[in-house]
Design a protein around this ligand. Sequence first.
Ligand code: OSB
Ligand code: MG
Length: 372
Amino acid sequence: MGRDMTIEEVVLREVRMSLIHPFQTSFGETTDRRIILVEVRSGPLQGWGECVAGEGPFFGYETVETAWSILSDYIIPKVLHQVFESPSDLPQQLQRIRGHQMAKASVEAAAWDLYALQLGLPLWKLLGGTRERIACGVSIGIQKNTDSLLRKVEKELADGYQRIKIKIKPGWDMEAVKSVRQYYPDVALMVDANAAYTLEDTEHLKELDDHNLLMIEQPLRYDDLIDHAEIQAKLETDVCLDESIRHSQDALHAFQLKSCRVINIKMGRVGGHTEAKKVHVVSRRYGIPVWCGGMLETGIGRAHNVALSTLENFTLPGDVSSSSRYFERDIIRPPIEVTREGYIELSEIPGLGYQADLNWINEITVRQKTFN
Ligand code: OSB
Ligand code: MG
């Protein structure tokens, strides 16, 4: 029925974009983003994906440079000109390449967009999404002081966001939480430590239990499940895992070990939409709610996150927010917008539902490579 797909050409681009505000986490600060965009072509159609690897190996081991290299030398040659029944067949084709989930995810994402366009379906429906709007939260980086944190929180709530996440680290934790709770006793609030603590901090982290938090995200080591099980048993606050979940088997092990009660799904971190859907399925089987994380994406990656967030078990507001919180000018048209009530609305437009702004992308491209 002509439903197979073949990627006839791939264009890799690296673009540079400055964030409106520097974003600080326990592992470092980001201001100038370097982003790999993947465009896959078949006949008259183009699909787009974004690689969420960081500028340095601080969130995970992948970087822009490792992703560019692995994409060029291993991933793209493996998928180019192959016949796939569906993009969900790409992971199998890439199985021999160990790790490098963010690099793999970027090509798979572009292939999903392309396939959705080929079928004339919105990507969110093709992925199996069921909601026509998604609930939005924000992630607020580490601030200089509690005054500037409170100003940020005030603005985000005024803009309609339904949940506030604040980044924490030793020295910026209880005081930050208490200051927000003092003014906003009932707001949906959580914290993300990006692996900044150890089990020795257990007594300290137990103080969080007094502040009615939705969850604490990734308190301990980036690759740990065992110590998280120990701290989850001691905390009333739900533990959510981000860095520690690299694929659906990690999720399964986390549930068997009781390492967490929530999962943050990032399509890039787990290797693509196909694996993200597997994490989603195993989570639902264990009664674990999930939400969609963010990696300071441009509109391309953001639109993929929006589509993924429409799946049934994404029952909590995620870190998927408007383009205008990050960039002066996004690379998609229209930019992604959040309603006053704190939702992003899905549409019936085929594919991602947003148009890549090629003129602008070309202007900010610093390197480009075509594979055919
Ligand atoms: O841990 O969720 C994280 C940003 C970069 C790397 C890791 C994380 C984050 C965020 C920001 O929390 C999410 C976003 O606003 O895109
Ligand atoms: Mg996180």
